[in-house]
Design a protein around this ligand. Structure first.
Ligand code: HEC
Length: 145
């Protein structure tokens, strides 16, 4: 009699997980909640995210002389992976900082004297970067190369 009463106490919790709970399984509430936890973490694991090739190409050719991982010549962060462009930099997303820096020609950092000299962006390269950011700086699900 007391066993039936104990199962009744578990009923509310277990029924959230869906389906009728057989009496004997009610003795394993831990297993039941583990199953629910797994379902949640599966939903969190999204597809891998990559930079579109044309954007990756510009960053590689014109930015990674400094924005490498680890960085060179005093650059504050790497610009190598998609997640690099989504990082936080003093309260804003790096891609928003890129928009500003490229629009104003602050970047590439031609104020740094290197040999050979730091190259500016061509009009096409500028457009590739700014169009991508204007469209929401979206990732693609396959890497290039
Ligand atoms: C020659 C080295 C060099 C190159 C090439 C270069 N950067 Fe930088 N970048 C720096 C340095 C150094 C800073 C820090 C400048 C400062 O804050 O005074 C910086 C800062 C930045 C910042 C932060 C600006 C802010 O909001 O404070 C962004 C964004 C950025 N770079 C993007 C780029 C992009 C995009 C490219 C390529 C198109 C590029 N950089 C190429 C050296 C470089």
């Amino acid at each position: 009699m007391s066993l039936v009463f104990a199962c009744g106490e578990h009923e509310t919790e277990l029924n959230r997980l869906g389906g009728p709970i057989p009496d004997f399984d009610a003795a394993l509430p831990d297993g039941a909640s583990d199953a629910a936890g797994d379902a949640t973490s599966d939903a969190d694991a999204g597809p891998a995210e990559f930079l579109p090739c044309d954007v990756a190409e510009v960053l590689k050719n014109k930015c990674q002389r400094c924005h490498l991982d680890p960085t060179e010549n005093g650059a504050p962060f790497p610009l190598v992976s998609y997640s690099d462009t989504q990082a936080d930099f003093f309260g804003s997303v790096v891609s928003d900082r890129i928009k500003n820096a490229v629009e104003t020609d602050f970047m590439p950092a031609t104020f740094i004297m290197l040999d050979p000299p730091v190259e500016t962006l061509t009009a096409d390269e500028k457009k590739v970067v700014l169009d991508w950011i204007a469209a929401g700086a979206q990732p693609v699900d396959t890497p290039c190369e």
